[in-house]
Design a protein around this ligand. Structure first.
Ligand code: ADP
Ligand code: MG
Length: 365
C-alpha cells in the first residue's frame, strides 16, 4: 500500500482533513474528536504553539498572542505578530497544516507526507504558492492545489462526464461568500466564472444576533458596550443559537451572570424564533443573489441552464439559504453531502485518484 495522500480544506474559519477509505472519502477527526478544526493559532505564556479549539479559547483573554483568518492575507508580504515574534502568513498556515497532519497520522497510524490542499477559485498564483509553502513548512508535500468549488463538485458526485453541463457552487462560510460556475466538458471540470463577497459569512450573522442580544441586555439595564468579555459571550451564544435554528423553529438563549445592575448580577434569558433570525439575517442572505447573477453573466449563462446548484460552507445550512436559492433557480439545491465537509471530501477524492486508492473510471481527473 502506498502511503496515504490526504485531502485538506484549509479554510478561513475552519480546516478539515479527509482520506479515502476504500472507495469512499472519510473525514479524519482531530485530537479532540471533532471534524472541524478552527483555523486559529495561539501561543501560550510558555511559548507553546496551539492550534484549533484551544487557540480559539484564548482569543478573548490573549488577543495579542492569538491569530485567526490568516487565509485573508495569504500570498501578501504582511506579517502577523504573535507574542514577541512576527510570522509570515505561510508560517501561521503551516502551524494549522502541521496540526492536521499530526491528527491524521494519529488516526491512521502511519506517516502522512503528501496532501491535496484546496484554495478559493479566485486565488492568484502567489496565493497558491504561499499555500504550497505553508505545506512545506508543515512537512507536507502539496501534491496538488485544487479549487474549492471543484473539490465540492467531486464530493457531490458530479461525475457524469458523458454530459456537457454547468453547475453552480454556492459557498457561504464563516467570513467569505464565493460563487463559482463550473463547466463539465470532456472529463474536465473547469471554473468558468467566480464572484462573491470577501466580507460576508457566518461571523456577520453572529454579529447581527449578538447586537440583538445586546439590545435585550440594555433593556434589562445592562451597559456592556465596553465589556469585551460580555461581548465575547454574546457572540458565542449567538453562534450556538444560529446553528440550532437551522434545525429547530425556536431556541432559548440563557446567559447567566452577564452583567451587574445595582450591585446585583443579571442574567439574560430570551427566546429566539427562526422568524426573528430570518429578519436579522434576511438582508445579508438576499445580498448573495447579486454575485450569482454576476457569475452567470460572466459565464454567459441563463440561470435555467444551471444543471445543479451545490451548497458548500457551514452557513449554507441555514434553511433560508435553501429557500432563496430554490426560489431563484426554480429547483432545490443538490443534497446528500454535509456542506461544511464537501471541500475536504472532494480533496480526498482527488488525492485518492493520485495515489491509486480509487480507480479513476469516469471520475474527474
Ligand atoms: P470557512 O470555509 O470560512 O472556514 P465553514 O464552511 O467552516 O467556513 O463555515 C463556518 C461557518 O458556518 C461558521 O460561521 C458557523 O457558525 C457556520 N455554521 C456551521 N454550522 C451551521 C448551521 N448548522 N447553521 C448555520 N450556520 C452554521
Ligand atoms: Mg470553506
Amino acid at each position: 500500500m502506498p502511503p496515504p495522500v490526504v485531502g485538506i480544506d484549509l479554510g478561513t474559519t475552519h480546516s478539515l482533513v479527509a482520506v479515502m477509505k476504500g472507495e469512499r472519502p472519510e473525514l479524519i477527526p482531530n485530537r479532540f474528536g471533532k471534524r472541524l478544526t478552527p483555523s486559529v493559532v495561539g501561543i501560550d505564556k510558555n511559548g507553546q504553539v496551539h492550534v484549533g479549539e484551544s487557540a480559539k479559547n484564548q482569543l478573548v483573554s490573549a488577543p495579542d498572542r492569538t491569530v485567526m483568518e490568516v487565509k485573508r492575507i495569504m500570498g501578501s508580504s504582511q506579517k502577523v505578530s504573535l507574542g514577541d515574534r512576527s510570522y509570515t502568513p505561510q508560517e501561521i498556515s503551516g502551524f494549522v497544516l502541521k496540526a492536521l497532519k499530526e491528527d491524521a497520522e494519529r488516526a491512521l497510524g502511519e506517516k502522512v507526507v503528501e496532501a491535496v490542499v484546496t484554495v478559493p477559485a479566485y486565488f492568484t498564483d502567489a496565493q497558491r504558492q504561499a499555500t504550497k509553502d505553508a505545506g512545506a513548512l508543515a512537512g507536507l508535500k502539496v501534491e496538488r492545489i485544487l479549487n474549492e468549488p471543484t473539490a465540492a463538485a467531486l464530493a457531490y458526485g458530479i461525475d457524469h462526464l458523458d454530459k456537457e453541463q454547468f453547475v453552480l457552487v454556492y459557498d457561504l462560510g464563516g467570513g467569505t461568500f464565493d460563487v463559482s460556475v463550473l463547466e463539465m466538458f470532456e472529463g474536465v471540470l473547469d471554473v468558468k466564472a467566480s464572484a462573491g463577497n470577501n466580507h460576508l459569512g457566518g461571523a456577520d450573522f453572529d454579529q447581527a444576533i449578538a447586537e440583538w442580544l445586546m439590545q435585550a441586555a440594555e433593556a434589562l439595564g445592562l451597559e456592556l458596550r465596553n465589556d469585551a468579555k460580555a461581548k465575547a459571550r454574546l457572540k458565542v451564544a449567538a453562534e450556538a443559537a444560529k446553528i440550532e435554528l437551522s434545525s429547530v423553529m425556536e431556541t432559548h438563549i440563557n446567559i447567566p451572570f452577564l452583567g451587574v445592575k445595582d450591585g446585583e448580577p443579571v442574567s439574560l434569558e430570551i427566546d429566539l424564533p427562526r422568524e426573528t433570525l430570518e429578519k436579522l439575517l434576511g438582508r445579508h442572505l438576499e445580498s448573495t443573489l447579486k454575485p450569482i447573477e454576476t457569475a452567470l453573466k460572466d459565464a454567459k449563462l441563463e440561470k435555467a441552464t444551471v444543471a445543479e446548484v451545490i451548497l458548500v460552507g457551514g452557513s449554507s445550512r441555514i434553511p433560508m439559504v435553501h429557500q432563496l436559492l430554490e426560489k431563484f433557480f426554480g429547483k432545490a439545491p443538490r443534497g446528500g453531502v454535509h456542506p461544511d465537509e464537501a471541500v475536504a471530501l472532494g480533496a480526498a477524492i482527488q488525492a485518492g485518484l493520485k495515489s491509486g486508492a480509487i480507480k479513476s473510471g469516469n471520475s474527474i481527473m
